[in-house]
Design a protein around this ligand. Structure first.
Ligand SMILES: C[S@@+](CC[C@H](N)C(=O)[O-])C[C@H]1O[C@@H](n2cnc3c(N)ncnc32)[C@H](O)[C@@H]1O
Length: 601
């Protein structure tokens, strides 16, 4: 047996390490450095080789007594090895509890390296927060994985306790083959469905084996898309991915091929009409489609509730004598306009002179509005004028109704001179909107408004207080908050002059976030439907599919919409290709506009 000093210097572990780095060394060479010396008749390299070949893949699980069985290893050396292993494990474990962000499969594998060599089947759960930071790694089961034995409770109970937003499951196949078994697939299905209902995303289910790994996320994800997980509310879940693969309806879809021409009642350039406003997701061009469904399905209606009213165009279409309109939106700027056009039933004669007065105001001084929004969203002159008019409205309005009418007129006028594409997430680079702002009186049909009620409430609170024949539901579909897009109008309507921040000059909007844009959208939708007291439900919800821009992805899956509505009544789906009536341009995603109609039991 050659002594270590008889081995050529270049082949000695320490020298090799110093010259070529740790990656050039075999496992036994690395262990030899740790051991330092051998014993008589067994040099340190031989001793290290013997240990590595005896324990092989189980090396990280060895204990002192295992090591003491090897001749040449005494207590001191055994302690050295086991301490080194424990030290490494400790660092891994500590890392798992402090700000480890899981970005992709590689990050998961680093955290679960030890599963590869286990002789039994394990199911391990990584609980993550909304930013995909690891909160805790937990072993859920040891032994054969069986759908019948794994209850979602075991996975979701800690998730709720830990306030976890996302979950990744990791499972090992001791057989060495990472291909998912039928049982694995059934478990993934069961757990990801449960996650959808709980509002906790199952991001991935990974199978680890000696030969390789299998990630359900990567398998389902479109190859053109990034395979990284996405943090902070935009993550596609396994459930959504499998939905996209198999679009699913259990009812026939009625494709509507009719073209609708929408003439304004009359074009009066001396007034503002309800629809004369740019608003994301407004249904003005779909009114004919909606009206056709209502007249076919809902006979003799006496009340119509537009619970996510936005501009209010849908409610207005049914605003006829004998029909009570309930119109609601949780944004104050929208409420003011809904109140003006659909809620005021007596002519406020005194207000008419005030438009001329406000238009004639001179605005030379800078003010809150011009300081923050001048030369960006508006020309400086218009911004000064808007601020001056808004200040003056509070002084001259003689009643609440007058105030609503004047602010509503200002909101409509502002939209005409805004240097934007129709919302206030950003302003256009080139400022070219210089025409002077002009207030016009709103065109109000006082007669038809007698029975109407306008609300500014969260839809889920309002639903518990009202009854109606038709409930029209048009919530936000994706993670884009309307309070982000219309912060400026909200600021102008409320006129509390808050601090504004960032390039887009947004105020604090934490109190006006819609749950329909968040992960729990499915739950709030289910709550809305469960509590609805009505005869007919019409739901507008777009099939935005798996868009590359995470913000555009629909929050509630078709499967969940169907499940929830089915509990309430009989469903029919009506589809209209938007392209047919948008001057040849498709809507942003080229998908059809859909209405889910539900005849309530
Ligand atoms: C898709 S838009 C409705 C567009 C409307 N149908 C139209 O034609 O103008 C959704 C509206 O719901 C409002 N909204 C969002 N979440 C809400 C909630 N929880 N309660 C009440 N309104 C909400 C938003 O302010 C937005 O105006």
């Amino acid at each position: 047996m050659p002594k270590i000093k008889d081995i050529p210097k270049v082949d000695r572990p320490r020298e090799k390490f110093l010259k070529k780095g740790p990656d050039s060394l075999s496992k036994s060479d690395l262990l030899a450095i740790l051991l330092g010396s051998g014993i008589k008749g067994k040099n340190v390299q031989k001793l290290a080789q013997q240990i590595i070949s005896k324990f092989g893949k189980n090396f990280l699980n060895i204990n002192i007594s295992d090591l003491l069985e090897i001749s040449g290893i005494g207590q001191a050396k055994a302690l050295q090895i086991v301490s080194a292993i424990s030290l490494i494990k400790r660092f891994y474990d500590e890392n798992s509890s402090t700000d480890i962000i899981i970005k992709n499969l590689k990050d998961v594998l680093t955290l679960t390296y030890d599963l590869r060599d286990r002789r039994k089947e394990y199911l391990v759960c990584l609980y993550l927060d909304a930013k995909n930071t690891l909160i805790r790694k937990e072993i859920i089961s040891v032994g054969l994985l069986d759908k019948a034995l794994i209850h979602p409770r075991e996975i979701f109970y800690p998730a709720v306790e830990l306030n976890s937003a996302n979950i990744i499951l990791v499972h090992n196949h001791p057989s060495g083959d990472q291909t998912p078994s039928k049982k694995d697939t059934e478990i993934v299905k069961k757990i990801s469905q449960a996650g959808e209902i709980m509002g906790i995303s199952i991001i991935d289910f990974i199978i680890i084996s000696e030969k390789g790994n299998y990630s359900f996320f990567q398998k389902l994800k479109d190859k053109n898309n990034s395979l990284d997980y996405v943090a902070d509310g935009l993550q596609t879940t396994l459930f959504e991915l499998s939905e996209i693969e198999k679009p699913f309806y259990e009812v026939n879809i009625q494709k509507i091929d009719k073209s609708y021409f929408h003439f304004s009642k009359y074009q009066n350039t001396n007034t503002f009409q309800l629809q004369n406003r740019r608003y994301l997701g407004n249904k003005y061009k779909l009114l004919g489609f909606i009206e056709d469904i209502v007249s076919e399905k809902c006979n003799g209606i006496k009340s119509f509730c537009d619970i996510f009213a936005g501009t209010g165009v849908v409610g207005e279409r049914f605003n006829k004598p004998g029909i009570e309109i309930i119109s609601n939106d949780f944004l104050f700027s929208n409420y003011i306009c809904l109140k003006t056009f659909l809620g005021i039933s007596t002519n406020n004669k005194n207000v008419s002179d005030k438009f001329d007065y406000l238009n004639s105001l001179k605005a030379e001084q800078d003010n809150y509005f011009s300081e923050h929004f001048g030369n960006t969203y508006f020309s400086l002159e218009n911004a000064k004028k808007i601020g001056t008019i808004r200040e003056e409205i509070d002084k001259i309005a003689e009643s609440k109704e007058e105030k609503y009418i004047l602010i509503c007129s200002l909101i409509y006028a502002v939209d005409k001179v805004a240097n934007t594409v129709g919302h206030y997430d950003a302003f256009r680079k080139e400022l070219d909107m210089f025409q002077p702002i002009k207030l016009l009186p709103p065109d109000i049909n006082y007669q038809n408004n007698r029975n109407n009620t306008i609300y500014k409430e969260d839809a889920n609170i309002l639903i518990r207080k009202i009854n109606c024949d038709v409930l029209y539901i048009d919530p936000p579909y994706n993670s884009r908050q309307y309070s982000d897009s219309y912060h400026l109008l909200e600021n102008l309507a409320e006129w509390k002059k808050p601090i504004v921040e960032g390039k887009a000059k947004k105020m604090d909007r934490s109190q006006i976030k819609s749950s329909y844009c968040l992960k729990n959208a499915t739950q709030v939708f289910e709550d809305l439907i469960t509590n609805a007291k009505c005869k007919h439900i019409l739901l507008s919800y777009n099939n935005t599919g798996d868009s590359k821009d995470g913000r555009s992805n629909a929050r509630i899956s078709d499967r969940n919409i169907m499940r929830i509505l089915k509990n309430k009544g009989e469903i029919e789906i009506f589809e209209k290709d938007y392209k047919a009536f948008t001057t040849g341009k498709s809507n942003s995603d080229g998908n059809a506009e859909r209405i889910f109609y539900c005849k309530v039991y």
